[in-house]
Ligand binder design. Structure first.
Ligand code: DC
Length: 228
């Protein structure tokens, strides 16, 4: 697909909705940039752990987010490798410790402000698929395509269990389900980024769909948005 004019595709959804897998594949199909905003919050968390900044100190976290430079390699694919001040930290993004405290880091308003500015700037550079929680609602409210991905609790737990196992943290399904329920609860009580369906978003329930079927639907929305 031609990369001009730029089209922003915002994909939001809860834990285990399959948004990362889908967003990556949509970007590959469209030949566009892919931005994993969760990875940015994870990178700030890695920096906090390394520098001994408490996840309970929003002001220090904000200062840290301002002080570090996040970059991506290759720069045309923001989801592949994440660098802090030039150092590749990708292998640390999904550690147990990061999983435990990233929600606290992501809740600091100053951290959201700093990363939000970075996300908006990346979102304005040509065609981009940006994945997260508040992309369609807060970061790119004028995105040409907005998708809110959902799935049943059972399917989300299975997907998250597989993700965790792949990153070296195998857990029983019941434990994973509790983590997801807690994350959902925190999103509704705003203890983490509020997760809401952005105005104009297309809701896709992926419970009974393959990755390919979800990707096809989003690519079709992108083509329609471009008048193809
Ligand atoms: O999608 P993920 O698990 O990599 O996200 C990591 C954390 O960051 C998770 O607690 C949700 C949060 N997050 C957020 O608050 N806003 C975003 N746009 C993306 C992720």
């Amino acid at each position: 697909m031609e990369d001009k004019p730029g089209l922003a595709i915002a994909i939001d959804g809860p834990m285990g909705s399959g948004k990362s897998t889908v967003a990556r594949e949509v970007a590959r199909r469209l030949g566009s940039m892919y931005i994993d905003t969760g990875a940015m919050y994870r990178a700030v968390t890695v920096a906090a752990i390394r520098r001994g900044v408490s996840a309970d100190d929003p002001a220090a976290l904000t200062a840290l987010a301002r002080a570090i430079t996040l970059s991506f390699d290759p720069p045309s694919n923001g989801g592949t490798r994440v660098l802090i001040d030039g150092e590749d930290v990708t292998s640390e993004l999904r550690s147990v410790r990061v999983n435990q405290i990233v929600a606290k880091v992501a809740r600091a308003p100053g951290v959201r402000e700093v990363l939000g500015a970075l996300q908006r700037s990346l979102g304005s550079r040509g065609t981009v698929v940006m994945e997260g929680r508040d992309i369609g609602s807060v970061i790119l409210p004028h995105a040409g395509v907005k998708v809110f991905l959902t799935a049943s609790m059972d399917v989300r737990a299975q997907r998250r269990q597989m993700e965790l196992a792949a990153s070296g943290t195998p857990l029983p399904l019941e434990a994973v389900r509790r983590i997801i329920e807690e994350d959902d609860r925190m999103a509704t009580t705003r203890e983490v980024a509020p997760l809401r369906i952005a105005p104009g978003a297309v809701v896709i329930d992926s419970t009974a769909l393959t990755v390919g079927q979800v990707v096809d639907q989003i690519v079709a929305l992108a083509e329609r948005a471009r008048g193809l």
